[in-house]
Design a protein around this ligand. Sequence first.
Ligand code: HEM
Length: 206
Amino acid sequence: MPDFYSNFHLVVRWLHVIAGITWIGHLYFFNYVNVPLQAALDDATKKAVNPQLMPRALWWFRWGAMITFLAGLTLFVLNYYYTPGVGFGATSLLMETGKLTPRAMWILFGMLLGTIMWYNVWMIIWPAQKRLLTGKVPQPEIPAVRKKAFLASRINTFLSGPMLFGMLAPAHYGAMSGPTFIMAVALGGLAILWAIRSSPNVGKLA
Ligand code: HEM
């Protein structure tokens, strides 16, 4: 039976990934499904559907983001800043001969993008959506507030592709070089662009 540290580590990693799926799953639902859906609905249908749909989806979205973020920070400490039996302090996964390891570079890159995304959710998208849903935005300002939330959401969708390379490469790849890094950013971004562009219209779904 593995020790407490190993079991705790596994649970934190699991929590991080299950919350990450919940967050990014909703982000993709908003960008790949809901944006085209809203464009196809008339105002009366939107008034009936959105007050039921949006608060529910936004709840899972923002709390998924929060738990992913907190579990991610805990994972960072467990992997890079704690040694069982020794205590807190930079581990050899973080620094070697006074320099950041390639593994640490990958995760710091992923964490930077993930943190920007978390900020966008909690500081831009959710405050804007909350004001829209509670009718606090004066009519003439509605398009601008909607656009701000939409842009932050689109940026997050694009960041999610490269961010996931930053999450997976540390433990499962390890090496870091300019070309690999550029490939990860390009492939991550292009995959999202392809997904957004191929969101099917209803006619194409049958
Ligand atoms: C929000 C900020 C985030 C932070 C601070 C963060 C932090 C971390 C850390 C420290 C690790 C461990 C890396 C290692 O093994 O060296 C990790 C792994 C991982 N993260 Fe994140 N993460 C964030 C967002 C996300 C998101 C949104 C997802 C989406 C699903 C995600 C999915 C993963 C996955 C799949 C792993 C790999 C687990 C493994 O192979 O052991 N992370 N993350």
